[in-house]
Design a protein around this ligand. Structure first.
Ligand code: FES
Ligand code: FES
Length: 173
């Protein structure tokens, strides 16, 4: 990244959930602020603003990131994925989102976007997780409503369904 002058605004461009987007950002602007206030992508929530609660979790170039610890200019040229990108189509829920709905795995929903992003990433990498692995993952997220048990149930149910889909695809091939 070239040297950026404080106070000066810079044009940044990246893809957000597969679509090109961009705008102007001062060097110290956080990715959370850019997403929420510059381009109106308010699905990413902001809780602690210092990397602890996990509410702001997004994916940047395939890796999970705390958007409150990421500068907007660091997203330049990257592929950013947020909770708005989880649903397969407008009006439909992903397997994980549907499992959250069935299991009542959210109360106020403040932590939900970040937890969905972490679980979505985790379940793609860990097709058959143990309940303990899911619980370990959730240690990176604070749910102030403390509804962790239904979140674990939803994650395990989604993992089983996603694994079943993958097995079905293999046997159809
Ligand atoms: S708002 Fe980013 S981790 Fe809490
Ligand atoms: S559902 Fe309220 S903070 Fe988690």
């Amino acid at each position: 990244m070239s040297r950026l002058a404080a106070g000066q605004r810079h044009t940044i461009q990246f893809t957000l959930n597969g679509k090109p987007c961009g705008g102007e950002a001062e060097p110290r602007m956080l990715l959370t602020d850019f997403l929420r206030h510059q381009i109106g992508a308010t699905g990413t929530h902001v809780g602690c603003e210092h990397g602890v609660c996990g509410a702001c979790t997004v994916e940047v170039d395939g890796k999970l990131a705390r958007a409150c610890l990421t500068l907007a200019v660091q997203a330049e040229g990257c592929a950013v994925r947020t909770v708005e990108g989880l649903a397969p189509a407008s009006g439909r829920l992903s397997i994980l989102q549907a499992a959250f709905k069935r299991n009542h795995a959210l109360q106020c929903g403040f932590c939900t976007a970040g937890i969905l992003m972490s679980l979505d990433h985790f379940l793609r990498e860990t097709p058959q997780p143990s309940e303990q692995e899911v619980r370990d993952l959730l240690t990176g997220h604070l749910c102030r409503c403390t509804g962790y048990t239904p979140i674990v149930y939803a994650a395990m149910e989604a993992a089983a369904e996603m694994d079943g889909d993958r097995s079905g695809e293999k046997s159809d091939a």
